[in-house]
Design a protein around this ligand. Structure first.
Ligand code: HEM
Length: 176
């Protein structure tokens, strides 16, 4: 069980241009506790409804059908990244799931403010849809989002751009 306050207290640390980002994929226990595929869908659909009320709404398709597709794909990604069924597999064309996800975000000009809004919106969705999940599991899910989202930031305050490379797989092989 988690309280709204515990969820709203989940931390956001700043992105540093070019710094290595370490993260762990969320545990399957989170996927089970949220309620499997149905529970994940509820969380992610709520998240995207909130995105449309947020300051980053303009990043996303305004066409209803296109928006629906993003909602569906996003849900499938999170089911798979949390260790659920591999329902997003066909999208990645053999690429590592996280690497593929970083590259998708290269198509958008994402800065730190957009990342903070994205994370803040996810925190609200968790507060509304995940209070039945033990806070320890929410923290593990959050740690993934908080760290991974740094790799989606590609525009920096000095006006420069930087597209993060994905090194996790190499690090894991090296036992880092
Ligand atoms: C933990 C961090 C994040 C994860 C795991 C994530 C995940 C995803 C996923 C799964 C999709 C759908 C991909 C598909 O079409 O198959 C997506 C699309 C998208 N995300 Fe993210 N995202 C993250 C952070 C962000 C941030 C910080 C922004 C900031 C604006 C953002 C903006 C977008 C946009 C604009 C799209 C594409 C919508 C379209 O297809 O038109 N994402 N993201």
């Amino acid at each position: 069980m988690a309280t709204r306050k515990e969820i709203y207290d989940l931390p956001i640390t700043p992105v540093e241009k070019g710094a290595k980002v370490h993260f762990k994929n969320p545990p399957k226990a989170f996927f089970d506790a949220i309620g499997g595929e149905e529970g994940m869908k509820e969380l992610m659909y709520d998240f995207y409804d909130k995105i449309y009320e947020s300051s980053i709404a303009h990043f996303f398709p305004q066409d209803e059908e296109e928006f629906e597709k993003v909602k569906e794909k996003n849900t499938k990604f999170f089911i798979q990244i949390c260790g659920g069924p591999k329902v997003y597999e066909d999208e990645t064309k053999g690429m590592d799931l996280n690497e593929y996800m970083i590259r998708i975000h290269d198509n958008f000009s994402i800065n730190e403010a957009a990342r903070i809004e994205w994370l803040g919106t996810m925190r609200e969705a968790l507060a509304d849809k995940a209070q039945h999940v033990p806070i320890e599991l929410i923290r593990e899910f959050w740690d993934y989002l908080e760290a991974f989202s740094k790799l989606t930031v590609n525009h920096f305050p000095d006006g420069s751009t930087y597209y993060a490379s994905y090194t996790q797989a190499e690090e894991e092989k090296a036992g880092d």
